[in-house]
Design a protein around this ligand. Sequence first.
Ligand code: NAD
Length: 302
Amino acid sequence: MTATLIKGTEIREQILEEITAEVAQIKEQHGVVPGLVTILIGENPASISYVTLKIKTAHRVGFHEVQDSQPVDISEADLLALIEKYNNDDAINGILVQLPLPKHIDEKKVLNAIDPDKDVDGFHPVNVGRLMIGGDEVKFPPCTPAGIQEMIVRAGVETKGAEVVVVGRSNIVGKPIANMMLQKGVGANSTVTIVHTGTKDLAAHCKRADILIVAAGVPDLVKPEWIKEGACVIDVGVNRVGEKISEKTGKKIAILKGDVDFEAAKEIAGYITPVPGGVGPMTITMLMLNTLKSLKFKLGVA
Ligand code: NAD
């Protein structure tokens, strides 16, 4: 059996087109577009390339995009004041502070200063609480878990009553996706198990999964014999395992591997996400969706 590939690159295109159409409609009816500010501190190359992609995507879907770059030695007080400025800016619906922050700044303090109604990353404790309650309470599901759920739904995989096993318990992937999959509603209503470094028999749990979501950050952690025949395997891991020369640009690029032994797993699974090109492209896409939602909540049309 060869699994159906769930391609994040294709789903991203569909969703970005849907967002673009909705932005145009809102602009026509209400005379406004979603506003997103990205605050970048310092010149970390990985952060710059991630932020550049966010800006490009925001422009593509027709958002009002503000790029606010600040020096690496900005004081914590000045950064908090900057966030307050955007909290009070009517043209801004989403505030994003690119992580990691320099060591002299308390990351928690900064993220908690963002107005929860503009916290499109979904990391503020208020939004974590809303996610836990579920249903209408949820405003901004965190972007990577939201992308995972969207991929499962768009692939047509049944989630109601499914055994979902999540490998990893981080606050940005493992815990929120597990919480989302157990709620009532579309793309959820599953029976969820979270496994982690303290779990006794990882393989036995994974083997039970109808939907296996792996976010451990360990290359090839999940072996083919841990996968149930026909299961849906979502590989969130992005691991740099070496470098190669890009055929396209002639430049050095990272060789990326997921947390699942893809080549062997695709012969057993029913559905599988590749790395790269699987979950990765979904995160920024869902950030755009959350920013659009933020404006819709404000206009009362969500
Ligand atoms: P993390 O390091 O914060 O958490 C990893 C979790 O996996 C931990 O809870 C740990 O207990 C568990 N784990 C680690 N090794 C394990 C093992 N051997 N057995 C069982 N459990 C184990 O990582 P994270 O931020 O959740 O990210 C996980 C992976 O997903 C990373 O490779 C990261 O790069 C990737 N990621 C991708 C995206 C994206 O594609 N958009 C977004 C976020 C994270």
